[in-house]
Design a binder for this molecule. Sequence first.
Ligand code: UD1
Ligand code: UDP
Length: 376
Amino acid sequence: MRGRSKPKIYILLGTRPEVIKMAPVILALKKEPWADLKIVSTAQHRELLDQMLAVFDIRADEDFNIMKPNQSLPDLTSELIKRVSDFLRERKPDLVLAQGDTTTVMATAISCFYEKIPFGHVEAGLRSGDLYNPFPEEFNRIVADRLAELNFAPTERARQNLLREGLPEEKIFVTGNTVIDALLMTARREIQIPEVDPYLRNGHKLMLITFHRRESFGEPLREVLQAVKDLAQRRRELVVLYPVHPNPNVREEAYRVLQGVERVFLSEPLDYVSFVSAMNRSYIILTDSGGVQEEAPALGKPVLVARERTERPEVIEHGLGKLVGRSKERIILEVERLLDDGEYYKSMAKGYSPYGDGRASERVVEIIKRWWMSRA
Ligand code: UD1
Ligand code: UDP
Protein backbone atom coordinates (compact mmCIF):
# COMPACT_ATOMS: atom_id res chain seq x y z
CA MET A 1 0.00 0.00 0.00
CA ARG A 2 1.10 3.61 -0.50
CA GLY A 3 3.27 5.28 2.08
CA ARG A 4 0.50 7.52 3.43
CA SER A 5 -2.27 6.52 5.81
CA LYS A 6 -5.17 4.19 5.00
CA PRO A 7 -7.75 5.50 2.50
CA LYS A 8 -10.82 6.98 4.16
CA ILE A 9 -13.76 5.38 2.37
CA TYR A 10 -17.26 6.71 3.03
CA ILE A 11 -20.39 4.81 2.03
CA LEU A 12 -23.61 6.81 1.81
CA LEU A 13 -26.95 5.08 2.33
CA GLY A 14 -30.40 6.60 1.85
CA THR A 15 -33.03 3.91 1.79
CA ARG A 16 -33.83 0.19 1.76
CA PRO A 17 -32.32 -1.20 -1.48
CA GLU A 18 -29.02 0.59 -0.91
CA VAL A 19 -28.56 -1.05 2.47
CA ILE A 20 -29.40 -4.51 1.13
CA LYS A 21 -27.08 -4.20 -1.86
CA MET A 22 -24.24 -2.44 -0.03
CA ALA A 23 -24.30 -4.72 3.02
CA PRO A 24 -22.05 -7.33 1.35
CA VAL A 25 -19.60 -4.59 0.27
CA ILE A 26 -19.60 -3.05 3.76
CA LEU A 27 -18.99 -6.40 5.42
CA ALA A 28 -16.19 -7.22 2.95
CA LEU A 29 -14.51 -3.81 3.34
CA LYS A 30 -14.70 -4.02 7.13
CA LYS A 31 -12.47 -7.09 6.98
CA GLU A 32 -9.77 -5.26 4.99
CA PRO A 33 -6.99 -3.91 7.23
CA TRP A 34 -5.94 -1.33 4.60
CA ALA A 35 -9.30 0.49 4.50
CA ASP A 36 -10.73 3.02 6.95
CA LEU A 37 -14.50 2.69 6.42
CA LYS A 38 -17.28 5.01 7.59
CA ILE A 39 -21.00 4.56 7.03
CA VAL A 40 -23.12 7.66 6.50
CA SER A 41 -26.91 7.50 6.54
CA THR A 42 -28.83 10.30 4.85
CA ALA A 43 -32.03 8.66 6.15
CA GLN A 44 -33.94 9.67 3.05
CA HIS A 45 -36.30 6.93 4.24
CA ARG A 46 -36.08 6.72 8.00
CA GLU A 47 -38.07 3.57 8.67
CA LEU A 48 -37.01 1.56 5.63
CA LEU A 49 -33.34 2.39 6.15
CA ASP A 50 -33.29 1.60 9.86
CA GLN A 51 -35.17 -1.64 9.33
CA MET A 52 -32.48 -2.89 6.92
CA LEU A 53 -29.49 -1.59 8.91
CA ALA A 54 -30.77 -3.71 11.81
CA VAL A 55 -31.10 -6.82 9.61
CA PHE A 56 -27.46 -6.63 8.52
CA ASP A 57 -26.22 -5.37 11.89
CA ILE A 58 -24.73 -2.22 10.36
CA ARG A 59 -24.34 0.91 12.46
CA ALA A 60 -24.16 4.32 10.79
CA ASP A 61 -21.29 6.52 11.96
CA GLU A 62 -23.18 9.66 10.87
CA ASP A 63 -26.86 10.33 10.27
CA PHE A 64 -28.34 13.33 8.41
CA ASN A 65 -31.95 12.48 9.30
CA ILE A 66 -33.19 14.10 6.10
CA MET A 67 -36.70 12.64 5.77
CA LYS A 68 -39.68 14.98 6.12
CA PRO A 69 -43.32 14.07 5.45
CA ASN A 70 -44.10 14.18 1.72
CA GLN A 71 -40.98 16.13 0.84
CA SER A 72 -40.82 17.30 -2.81
CA LEU A 73 -37.99 16.04 -5.01
CA PRO A 74 -36.46 19.55 -5.41
CA ASP A 75 -36.49 20.04 -1.62
CA LEU A 76 -35.03 16.60 -1.00
CA THR A 77 -32.35 17.04 -3.68
CA SER A 78 -31.22 20.50 -2.61
CA GLU A 79 -31.15 19.55 1.07
CA LEU A 80 -29.12 16.43 0.29
CA ILE A 81 -26.58 18.24 -1.90
CA LYS A 82 -26.05 20.91 0.74
CA ARG A 83 -25.68 18.47 3.62
CA VAL A 84 -23.47 15.98 1.78
CA SER A 85 -21.21 18.69 0.25
CA ASP A 86 -20.65 20.42 3.61
CA PHE A 87 -19.88 17.09 5.19
CA LEU A 88 -17.41 16.02 2.51
CA ARG A 89 -15.65 19.40 2.59
CA GLU A 90 -15.09 18.98 6.29
CA ARG A 91 -14.12 15.27 6.32
CA LYS A 92 -12.21 15.00 3.03
CA PRO A 93 -12.56 11.26 2.36
CA ASP A 94 -10.37 9.61 -0.29
CA LEU A 95 -13.28 7.79 -1.91
CA VAL A 96 -17.07 7.91 -1.59
CA LEU A 97 -19.31 5.02 -2.61
CA ALA A 98 -23.05 4.87 -3.22
CA GLN A 99 -25.30 2.25 -4.77
CA GLY A 100 -28.18 2.34 -7.21
CA ASP A 101 -30.44 5.12 -8.38
CA THR A 102 -32.06 6.97 -5.48
CA THR A 103 -31.89 10.71 -4.98
CA THR A 104 -29.31 10.09 -2.23
CA VAL A 105 -27.00 8.55 -4.87
CA MET A 106 -27.42 11.37 -7.40
CA ALA A 107 -26.91 14.06 -4.74
CA THR A 108 -23.84 12.26 -3.41
CA ALA A 109 -22.30 12.08 -6.89
CA ILE A 110 -22.91 15.81 -7.44
CA SER A 111 -21.48 16.66 -4.01
CA CYS A 112 -18.35 14.62 -4.75
CA PHE A 113 -17.99 16.51 -8.04
CA TYR A 114 -18.20 19.90 -6.32
CA GLU A 115 -15.70 18.85 -3.67
CA LYS A 116 -13.46 17.05 -6.20
CA ILE A 117 -13.57 13.78 -4.28
CA PRO A 118 -13.48 10.48 -6.23
CA PHE A 119 -16.87 8.78 -6.38
CA GLY A 120 -17.56 5.08 -6.99
CA HIS A 121 -20.97 3.95 -8.25
CA VAL A 122 -22.11 0.42 -7.45
CA GLU A 123 -24.71 -0.89 -9.94
CA ALA A 124 -23.63 1.44 -12.73
CA GLY A 125 -24.86 1.39 -16.32
CA LEU A 126 -28.50 0.36 -15.93
CA ARG A 127 -30.68 2.12 -18.49
CA SER A 128 -34.35 1.92 -19.37
CA GLY A 129 -33.78 4.41 -22.19
CA ASP A 130 -36.58 6.71 -20.97
CA LEU A 131 -35.81 9.58 -18.58
CA TYR A 132 -39.33 9.47 -17.14
CA ASN A 133 -39.49 5.68 -16.62
CA PRO A 134 -38.59 5.08 -13.85
CA PHE A 135 -38.81 8.64 -12.58
CA PRO A 136 -36.53 10.09 -11.26
CA GLU A 137 -34.25 7.03 -11.04
CA GLU A 138 -33.20 6.93 -14.73
CA PHE A 139 -31.86 10.46 -14.45
CA ASN A 140 -30.27 9.75 -11.06
CA ARG A 141 -28.16 6.91 -12.38
CA ILE A 142 -27.10 8.75 -15.53
CA VAL A 143 -25.72 11.55 -13.34
CA ALA A 144 -24.06 9.12 -10.93
CA ASP A 145 -22.38 7.14 -13.74
CA ARG A 146 -21.19 10.25 -15.55
CA LEU A 147 -19.50 11.62 -12.43
CA ALA A 148 -18.03 8.35 -11.15
CA GLU A 149 -14.33 7.58 -11.23
CA LEU A 150 -15.17 3.91 -10.65
CA ASN A 151 -18.27 2.42 -12.27
CA PHE A 152 -19.14 -1.05 -10.97
CA ALA A 153 -21.39 -2.45 -13.70
CA PRO A 154 -23.39 -5.58 -12.81
CA THR A 155 -23.48 -7.03 -16.34
CA GLU A 156 -21.74 -6.76 -19.71
CA ARG A 157 -24.86 -5.04 -21.06
CA ALA A 158 -24.54 -2.35 -18.39
CA ARG A 159 -20.90 -1.86 -19.40
CA GLN A 160 -21.93 -1.50 -23.04
CA ASN A 161 -24.51 1.14 -22.07
CA LEU A 162 -21.76 3.20 -20.46
CA LEU A 163 -19.35 2.78 -23.37
CA ARG A 164 -22.10 3.93 -25.73
CA GLU A 165 -22.43 7.11 -23.68
CA GLY A 166 -18.71 7.75 -24.13
CA LEU A 167 -17.42 6.75 -20.70
CA PRO A 168 -13.80 5.62 -20.85
CA GLU A 169 -13.22 1.88 -20.60
CA GLU A 170 -10.80 2.22 -17.70
CA LYS A 171 -13.55 3.62 -15.47
CA ILE A 172 -15.86 0.60 -15.95
CA PHE A 173 -15.64 -2.78 -14.20
CA VAL A 174 -18.07 -5.68 -14.61
CA THR A 175 -18.58 -7.19 -11.16
CA GLY A 176 -22.01 -8.87 -11.10
CA ASN A 177 -24.76 -7.45 -8.92
CA THR A 178 -24.20 -7.41 -5.17
CA VAL A 179 -27.88 -8.28 -4.72
CA ILE A 180 -26.98 -11.92 -5.32
CA ASP A 181 -24.32 -11.70 -2.58
CA ALA A 182 -26.98 -10.28 -0.25
CA LEU A 183 -29.41 -13.08 -1.13
CA LEU A 184 -26.79 -15.75 -0.49
CA MET A 185 -25.78 -14.11 2.80
CA THR A 186 -29.35 -14.11 4.01
CA ALA A 187 -30.42 -17.03 6.10
CA ARG A 188 -33.00 -19.21 4.33
CA ARG A 189 -35.13 -19.50 7.41
CA GLU A 190 -38.82 -20.06 6.90
CA ILE A 191 -40.42 -17.08 8.61
CA GLN A 192 -44.02 -17.52 9.71
CA ILE A 193 -46.65 -15.23 8.19
CA PRO A 194 -49.62 -15.92 10.50
CA GLU A 195 -52.36 -14.65 8.15
CA VAL A 196 -51.04 -16.44 5.07
CA ASP A 197 -49.66 -19.71 6.50
CA PRO A 198 -53.01 -21.52 6.99
CA TYR A 199 -53.85 -20.89 3.32
CA LEU A 200 -50.48 -22.19 2.14
CA ARG A 201 -50.91 -25.33 4.24
CA ASN A 202 -54.24 -25.77 2.44
CA GLY A 203 -52.57 -25.69 -0.98
CA HIS A 204 -53.30 -22.08 -1.89
CA LYS A 205 -50.78 -20.33 -4.16
CA LEU A 206 -49.07 -17.23 -2.84
CA MET A 207 -48.90 -14.12 -5.01
CA LEU A 208 -46.44 -11.62 -3.51
CA ILE A 209 -46.74 -7.99 -4.49
CA THR A 210 -44.65 -4.84 -4.14
CA PHE A 211 -45.41 -1.57 -5.87
CA HIS A 212 -44.08 1.93 -5.27
CA ARG A 213 -42.75 3.75 -8.36
CA ARG A 214 -43.52 7.45 -8.61
CA GLU A 215 -44.42 7.35 -12.32
CA SER A 216 -47.28 5.00 -11.38
CA PHE A 217 -48.95 7.19 -8.77
CA GLY A 218 -52.61 7.90 -9.54
CA GLU A 219 -54.41 5.99 -12.32
CA PRO A 220 -51.75 3.30 -13.07
CA LEU A 221 -51.52 2.44 -9.36
CA ARG A 222 -55.32 2.16 -9.16
CA GLU A 223 -55.37 -0.18 -12.20
CA VAL A 224 -52.77 -2.49 -10.68
CA LEU A 225 -54.59 -2.57 -7.32
CA GLN A 226 -57.89 -3.26 -9.06
CA ALA A 227 -56.27 -6.14 -11.00
CA VAL A 228 -55.11 -7.65 -7.69
CA LYS A 229 -58.59 -7.29 -6.21
CA ASP A 230 -60.27 -8.91 -9.23
CA LEU A 231 -57.74 -11.74 -9.31
CA ALA A 232 -58.24 -12.52 -5.62
CA GLN A 233 -62.01 -12.56 -6.14
CA ARG A 234 -62.10 -14.80 -9.22
CA ARG A 235 -59.15 -17.13 -8.50
CA ARG A 236 -59.95 -18.82 -5.24
CA GLU A 237 -56.65 -20.76 -5.22
CA LEU A 238 -54.74 -17.49 -4.74
CA VAL A 239 -53.69 -15.87 -1.51
CA VAL A 240 -52.08 -12.43 -1.81
CA LEU A 241 -49.43 -10.86 0.43
CA TYR A 242 -48.66 -7.20 -0.16
CA PRO A 243 -46.10 -5.46 2.09
CA VAL A 244 -47.06 -1.85 1.40
CA HIS A 245 -44.42 0.82 0.78
CA PRO A 246 -44.74 3.67 3.33
CA ASN A 247 -44.84 6.47 0.76
CA PRO A 248 -48.29 7.99 1.53
CA ASN A 249 -49.18 8.18 -2.19
CA VAL A 250 -49.02 4.40 -2.30
CA ARG A 251 -50.15 3.50 1.17
CA GLU A 252 -53.45 5.38 1.18
CA GLU A 253 -54.54 4.00 -2.19
CA ALA A 254 -53.46 0.43 -1.39
CA TYR A 255 -55.50 0.33 1.81
CA ARG A 256 -58.47 2.04 0.15
CA VAL A 257 -58.74 -0.53 -2.65
CA LEU A 258 -57.56 -3.74 -0.99
CA GLN A 259 -58.31 -3.61 2.72
CA GLY A 260 -60.86 -6.25 3.65
CA VAL A 261 -60.69 -8.12 0.33
CA GLU A 262 -60.86 -11.85 1.02
CA ARG A 263 -57.45 -13.63 0.86
CA VAL A 264 -55.57 -10.34 0.37
CA PHE A 265 -53.24 -9.43 3.24
CA LEU A 266 -51.65 -6.00 3.48
CA SER A 267 -48.67 -5.64 5.79
CA GLU A 268 -45.98 -3.22 6.85
CA PRO A 269 -42.71 -3.54 4.87
CA LEU A 270 -41.08 -6.85 5.76
CA ASP A 271 -37.51 -7.06 6.98
CA TYR A 272 -35.22 -8.67 4.40
CA VAL A 273 -35.07 -12.14 5.99
CA SER A 274 -38.88 -12.28 6.13
CA PHE A 275 -39.21 -10.91 2.60
CA VAL A 276 -36.78 -13.48 1.18
CA SER A 277 -38.76 -16.17 2.95
CA ALA A 278 -41.98 -14.80 1.43
CA MET A 279 -40.39 -14.76 -2.04
CA ASN A 280 -39.27 -18.37 -1.52
CA ARG A 281 -42.79 -19.45 -0.71
CA SER A 282 -44.43 -17.49 -3.53
CA TYR A 283 -45.89 -18.95 -6.69
CA ILE A 284 -45.93 -15.65 -8.58
CA ILE A 285 -44.32 -12.29 -7.82
CA LEU A 286 -45.88 -9.10 -9.20
CA THR A 287 -43.69 -6.04 -8.70
CA ASP A 288 -42.31 -2.76 -9.99
CA SER A 289 -39.21 -3.02 -7.79
CA GLY A 290 -35.72 -3.02 -9.24
CA GLY A 291 -34.24 -5.38 -6.66
CA VAL A 292 -37.13 -7.85 -6.67
CA GLN A 293 -36.77 -8.22 -10.48
CA GLU A 294 -33.25 -9.48 -9.81
CA GLU A 295 -34.00 -11.65 -6.80
CA ALA A 296 -37.10 -13.49 -8.03
CA PRO A 297 -35.35 -15.30 -10.93
CA ALA A 298 -32.47 -16.30 -8.65
CA LEU A 299 -35.06 -17.98 -6.40
CA GLY A 300 -36.81 -19.65 -9.35
CA LYS A 301 -39.93 -17.50 -9.13
CA PRO A 302 -41.67 -16.07 -12.22
CA VAL A 303 -41.71 -12.30 -11.92
CA LEU A 304 -44.32 -10.11 -13.60
CA VAL A 305 -42.97 -6.58 -13.89
CA ALA A 306 -45.80 -4.05 -13.66
CA ARG A 307 -43.99 -1.27 -15.51
CA GLU A 308 -43.80 0.11 -19.04
CA ARG A 309 -40.00 -0.02 -19.22
CA THR A 310 -37.25 -1.83 -17.37
CA GLU A 311 -33.56 -1.19 -16.91
CA ARG A 312 -33.16 -4.91 -16.19
CA PRO A 313 -33.88 -6.38 -19.66
CA GLU A 314 -31.73 -9.44 -18.89
CA VAL A 315 -34.63 -10.89 -16.85
CA ILE A 316 -37.05 -10.55 -19.75
CA GLU A 317 -34.60 -11.75 -22.42
CA HIS A 318 -33.76 -14.89 -20.47
CA GLY A 319 -37.49 -15.64 -20.17
CA LEU A 320 -37.34 -15.43 -16.37
CA GLY A 321 -39.87 -12.63 -16.12
CA LYS A 322 -42.30 -10.62 -18.19
CA LEU A 323 -42.88 -6.91 -18.60
CA VAL A 324 -46.66 -6.66 -18.23
CA GLY A 325 -47.37 -2.93 -18.03
CA ARG A 326 -49.91 -1.49 -15.63
CA SER A 327 -53.30 -2.09 -17.20
CA LYS A 328 -55.78 -4.16 -15.24
CA GLU A 329 -56.74 -6.46 -18.14
CA ARG A 330 -53.16 -7.29 -19.08
CA ILE A 331 -52.11 -8.07 -15.52
CA ILE A 332 -55.11 -10.36 -15.00
CA LEU A 333 -54.34 -12.13 -18.28
CA GLU A 334 -50.68 -12.69 -17.43
CA VAL A 335 -51.34 -13.95 -13.89
CA GLU A 336 -54.03 -16.33 -15.15
CA ARG A 337 -51.73 -17.67 -17.84
CA LEU A 338 -49.17 -18.55 -15.17
CA LEU A 339 -51.88 -20.20 -13.07
CA ASP A 340 -53.37 -22.19 -15.95
CA ASP A 341 -50.41 -23.18 -18.12
CA GLY A 342 -48.02 -25.45 -16.23
CA GLU A 343 -45.47 -25.70 -19.05
CA TYR A 344 -45.35 -21.93 -19.41
CA TYR A 345 -44.92 -21.59 -15.66
CA LYS A 346 -42.02 -24.05 -15.65
CA SER A 347 -40.32 -22.22 -18.51
CA MET A 348 -40.15 -19.10 -16.33
CA ALA A 349 -39.27 -20.78 -13.04
CA LYS A 350 -35.78 -21.78 -14.11
CA GLY A 351 -33.95 -20.76 -10.95
CA TYR A 352 -30.86 -19.01 -12.21
CA SER A 353 -29.68 -15.44 -12.32
CA PRO A 354 -28.15 -13.29 -15.04
CA TYR A 355 -26.79 -11.03 -12.26
CA GLY A 356 -23.77 -12.94 -11.09
CA ASP A 357 -22.36 -15.58 -8.84
CA GLY A 358 -22.56 -13.92 -5.42
CA ARG A 359 -18.97 -12.66 -5.53
CA ALA A 360 -19.64 -9.13 -6.78
CA SER A 361 -18.71 -7.47 -3.49
CA GLU A 362 -15.37 -9.32 -3.43
CA ARG A 363 -14.62 -7.90 -6.89
CA VAL A 364 -15.67 -4.38 -5.89
CA VAL A 365 -13.27 -4.47 -2.93
CA GLU A 366 -10.40 -5.82 -5.05
CA ILE A 367 -10.93 -3.10 -7.68
CA ILE A 368 -10.92 -0.38 -5.01
CA LYS A 369 -7.70 -1.78 -3.57
CA ARG A 370 -5.99 -1.77 -6.95
CA TRP A 371 -7.27 1.73 -7.70
CA TRP A 372 -5.91 3.04 -4.42
CA MET A 373 -2.53 1.39 -4.97
CA SER A 374 -2.26 2.89 -8.45
CA ARG A 375 -2.78 6.46 -7.17
CA ALA A 376 0.78 7.00 -6.07
C1 UD1 B 1 -37.31 5.98 -2.70
C2 UD1 B 1 -36.49 6.09 -3.98
C3 UD1 B 1 -36.72 4.90 -4.88
C4 UD1 B 1 -36.48 3.60 -4.12
C5 UD1 B 1 -37.30 3.58 -2.85
C6 UD1 B 1 -36.92 2.38 -2.02
C7 UD1 B 1 -36.04 8.34 -4.79
C8 UD1 B 1 -36.56 9.53 -5.52
N1 UD1 B 1 -36.86 7.30 -4.70
O1 UD1 B 1 -38.72 6.00 -2.99
O2 UD1 B 1 -35.84 4.93 -5.98
O3 UD1 B 1 -36.86 2.51 -4.93
O4 UD1 B 1 -37.00 4.76 -2.09
O5 UD1 B 1 -37.85 2.13 -1.06
O6 UD1 B 1 -34.90 8.36 -4.33
N2 UD1 B 1 -42.03 7.83 3.84
C9 UD1 B 1 -42.34 7.55 5.14
N3 UD1 B 1 -41.62 6.57 5.78
C10 UD1 B 1 -40.62 5.89 5.19
C11 UD1 B 1 -40.34 6.17 3.87
C12 UD1 B 1 -41.06 7.14 3.20
O7 UD1 B 1 -43.21 8.15 5.72
O8 UD1 B 1 -39.97 5.03 5.79
C13 UD1 B 1 -42.74 8.89 3.12
C14 UD1 B 1 -42.22 10.26 3.45
O9 UD1 B 1 -43.31 11.11 3.52
C15 UD1 B 1 -41.34 10.60 2.28
C16 UD1 B 1 -42.08 9.94 1.14
O10 UD1 B 1 -42.54 8.73 1.71
O11 UD1 B 1 -41.19 11.98 2.10
C17 UD1 B 1 -41.30 9.70 -0.11
O12 UD1 B 1 -40.10 9.07 0.14
P1 UD1 B 1 -38.82 9.27 -0.88
O13 UD1 B 1 -37.59 8.85 -0.20
O14 UD1 B 1 -38.84 10.63 -1.43
O15 UD1 B 1 -39.01 8.35 -2.10
P2 UD1 B 1 -39.77 7.20 -2.80
O16 UD1 B 1 -40.03 7.69 -4.17
O17 UD1 B 1 -40.91 6.74 -2.01
N1 UDP C 1 -37.80 -5.76 0.24
C1 UDP C 1 -37.87 -6.10 1.60
N2 UDP C 1 -39.09 -6.00 2.24
C2 UDP C 1 -40.22 -5.58 1.62
C3 UDP C 1 -40.14 -5.23 0.24
C4 UDP C 1 -38.92 -5.33 -0.41
O1 UDP C 1 -36.87 -6.49 2.18
O2 UDP C 1 -41.26 -5.51 2.26
C5 UDP C 1 -36.49 -5.81 -0.44
C6 UDP C 1 -36.42 -6.59 -1.72
O3 UDP C 1 -36.12 -7.94 -1.48
C7 UDP C 1 -35.34 -5.87 -2.50
C8 UDP C 1 -35.43 -4.46 -2.01
O4 UDP C 1 -36.18 -4.49 -0.81
O5 UDP C 1 -34.04 -6.36 -2.19
C9 UDP C 1 -36.08 -3.61 -3.05
O6 UDP C 1 -36.47 -2.39 -2.53
P1 UDP C 1 -37.46 -1.42 -3.28
O7 UDP C 1 -38.40 -2.21 -4.11
O8 UDP C 1 -38.00 -0.52 -2.25
O9 UDP C 1 -36.50 -0.57 -4.20
P2 UDP C 1 -35.92 -0.74 -5.69
O10 UDP C 1 -35.17 -2.02 -5.76
O11 UDP C 1 -37.07 -0.67 -6.62
O12 UDP C 1 -35.03 0.46 -5.83
